[in-house]
Design a protein. Structure first.
Length: 266
């Protein structure tokens, strides 16, 4: 009995070390990239994000995906920061590996202490590979996402109160990698703690001074109500490196998210 308990403790300790090493590795890689290039001029903002994620099985290995984000500037959120709507489809290769692809519509608004000249729309095509496994009591997940982005370049700003129109569309690509570790407490339902780090790497000829476009580091806690419904909240530091490679946003962000996986048609 004591030997079994000791073995379980060692496995749990190893799982936590692996999880922390994964998060730390991604964070250090992001910091190394961020340290390259010209001198940075940071600006700090506070934001609040409210999101819903859904993955609903429709038949066999196929599922519908969506996530909707209401991203607000300030806490609890006095003004718009960004609206994001992202539908897609998921194909399950194995229980631990899933492919997904879809479309996203985004509107980015003026916000914070160093706002953009005008809000602009974006159309985005995306694909990702999501991998998951367990290390003792810790659930580990990796996600590799590729994005093809069509960014609206706004025309000249006219009279006050008149929004400029899209003058042309600029095409860019981006690679994202997220590593997440989650530690539940209790049975299928109950509390859990979680953390992730996600790096955003710009791809293409137009990327010169901001290869690392963004980094998100999150720590939080949640509650699993059932196998198909959970909610979590926590703190995320979002760093955005502007296209000139010099201006950096440090967005201190409070997030609240609901996840649902109830299958359709049942």
């Amino acid at each position: 009995m004591n030997l079994r308990v000791g073995s379980e403790h060692r496995r749990a300790g190893g799982a936590w070390r692996a999880a922390l090493a994964g998060v730390l590795g991604v964070t250090l890689a992001a910091a190394a990239l961020a340290g390259q290039g010209p001198v940075r001029h940071p600006v700090e903002n506070t934001n609040a994000w409210y999101s819903v994620f859904g993955e609903h099985r429709i038949r066999d290995r196929w599922a519908l995906w969506y996530d909707v984000h209401f991203r607000r500037s300030g806490i609890p959120g006095e003004r718009w920061q960004q609206l994001l709507i992202r539908p897609g489809v998921v194909y399950e290769l194995t229980p631990e590996a899933k492919l997904a692809a879809g479309y996203a519509y985004i509107v980015t608004h003026q916000y914070g202490d160093d706002p953009i000249p005008a809000r602009f729309p974006e159309h985005r095509i995306w694909q990702h590979l999501a991998l998951s496994h367990r290390a003792g009591s810790v659930a580990l997940a990796s996600r590799f996402r590729l994005e093809q982005r069509y960014l609206g370049v706004m025309g000249p700003i006219g009279a006050p109160g008149v929004e400029p129109e899209v003058e042309r569309w600029r095409f860019t690509q981006r690679l994202r990698y997220q590593f997440r570790a989650t530690r539940p407490f209790g049975g299928p339902a109950g509390p859990y703690v979680t953390a992730f780090d996600e790096v955003f790497i710009g791809l293409g000829r137009d990327v010169q001074l901001n290869i690392l476009e963004q980094n998100r580091l999150f720590v939080g806690a949640g509650w699993r109500f059932s196998s198909a419904l959970r909610a979590e909240t926590g703190y995320m530091e979002q760093q955005i490196i502007r296209g000139d490679g010099r201006r950096v946003e440090r967005n201190h962000t409070w997030t609240t998210t609901v996840f649902t996986t109830a299958p359709f048609g049942r």
